[in-house]
Design a protein around this ligand. Sequence first.
Ligand code: URA
Length: 439
Amino acid sequence: MTAETTTEAFDAVDIIRTKRDGGTLNDDQIAWIIDAYTRGVVADEQMSALAMAIFLRGMSDAETARWTQAMIDSGERMSFDSLSKPTVDKHSTGGVGDKITLPLAPLVAVFDVAVPQLSGRGLGHTGGTLDKLESIPGWQADMSNETLLAQLEDLGAVICAAGSGLAPADKKLYALRDITATVDCLPLIASSIMSKKIAEGTSALVLDVKVGSGAFMKDEASARALAETMVRLGAAAGVDCTALLTDMSTPLGRAVGNALEVRESVEVLAGGGPADVVDLTVALAEEMLRMVGRPDADVRAALADGRAMDKWNQMIRAQGGDPEAALPQAAETEVVRAESAGVLTGLDALSVGVASWRLGAGRAKQGDELSLGAGIELHAKPGEAVTAGQPLMTLHADNPALFARAQEALAEAVEITPAAEGADAEAAAGSIVLDRITA
Ligand code: URA
């Protein structure tokens, strides 16, 4: 032990042991371990062990609240108080084909509301908002806090990279969780998301908590518990917070992959696009606008009459992008066909997400280059009738050698029920918003 560590208030090994044995960490222990980890005094190996102990033993509500506060305290806190309009933010727990932030931010900003979407990059099978936008030629993710505030005042909508000053403890810990199988842990997800959102300083927040195979939370009960925990953490920090539980058993929309998802988002902004993407965008926009005192805003009209599209074009140009420029397209395609006729009763989100990732749309580790045109177009969605041999998906990749591994991921993804067996198309199509959770 070095002379420096002997002056520390606690010993990391004691804290790991307490949690390993099912004990409760007190406020001072939690504040210390997060601070010491951020300072580099607690090693990655020790934090990995603690994360696994938390994964296996859980944390109480009080521990989770203190953990969240400690992560907020690890960095700066922003403030939007200088803006002349109310701020409202949205956060999704992540899914396959989830491009909702792209049409949502400009749509809500039409109603003279500031929407700061400080976003991240994708890892694993879920895509990242910044990666999608970076497929637009010239678009820049990074901006200073001053530029962020100026653009919010001027246009109302900003989607940009979260600065490294916000909750740096989470940044370090998330990267560690990602390589130690400790991401899908309720208290760690809740504190990770809410520390960033509370530090960001928004006054209202709508959480899109995904449920299903493509989400961290595979069943409704655990997604509900996550949503309730996050709403409670928000309320305790003075952030008006509502959560929608939404379906992620099948991909959102008909496009998965960076440029493909931008194209679909632009269709939604042009008044078209797949019904599930439009419905979820509208549901989240209405919820956000209700929270900032605009309950009568007609968001469907703003999609239909071009106001949301105008705002999108301004937002993209303000960050150096050319909204008219051609988007990247992958060099090669391969079609996946229906093996039988009937009703498409299942199209598994996780399988499609993994396949898209293998095609080059996602990265295996931080810093990997993406193939921005890669991904999957879906030609049929659950609830639709299909004929034998009809194209179900088109796979896009720059390297045709990647198709075989993507096809492997899709081997069990498709479920077709013969019409004679009485497939319930309506049940298969399902509804996108499953529930709404408030404080
Ligand atoms: N998103 C986050 O920001 N953190 C998590 O832990 C999981 C999803």
